[in-house]
Design a protein around this ligand. Sequence first.
Ligand code: KMH
Ligand code: ZN
Length: 272
Amino acid sequence: MDKLIITAALVGAEVTKAQQPNLPIAPEEIALAAEEACQAGASIIHLHVRDAQGRPTQDKAIFRQVIKGIKERCDAIIQVSTGGAAGMSPEERLQPVTLKPEMATLSTGSVNFGDEVFLNPWGEICSFAKTMQKYGVKPELEVFEAGMIENAKRLLKEGLLTAPLHFDLVLGVPGAMPAGPKALLYLVDCLPQGSTFTVAGIGRQQLPMAVMAIIMGGHVRVGFEDNIFYSRGVLARSNAQLVSRVANLAREIGREVASPEEARKVLGLKRD
Ligand code: KMH
Ligand code: ZN
């Protein structure tokens, strides 16, 4: 098995400081949280940013500032979100890709997302993929439902993606694919041969899904975007605390944890 790549999803678009007081929101807070997560074993930072009022934004200037802060502190792979928040326009969502980060997310289908709809019509998926090709950004394909893997295969066939593909299998979003071993096995079975995958379990499913991913040879995403608790009713102290637990579990099970440089090799990323 490859060494384990841990992604830290530090901020997200939905969680608030009222729910998780340790949520990093200001650019300096996010950069510090990234450094701590990296020290704890994360090699990818999945990045959302917030405006001065704490609202989700895809503002390029804020992304630029946060990315600069992270790069000054650690060597993590930066993966910008193009999902943003439900309801944002495609133009708004695509802004951080033009900063040429190493990676960006690409959701390959529409899905109910709690009370909202996360809309990704085919034409927009294609234009996101083309923009990523243009800026030399490797997509992480966000999969919330099985059909999204079929759309990724179609993109591959139409030359809008290049193999090997890298997926993030997100399980447990209310209204989307539920979390559990059968769902995960099914999704992994659907992936094109040679793909790599990360698993992101939502809420209390974060830890059990992470353990399954470690055993199956997948990679793991944890962080406040997906889960704010350390254990039942106990808020996590930091994103790093969640990363550290996964790193320790992996080592206990006999799977080593990848450094950012090792993660770049696994994902075929070439730095400029
Ligand atoms: N906030 C969700 C609606 C991504 O980062 O690419 C979408 C999301 C996916 O978070
Ligand atoms: Zn996200």
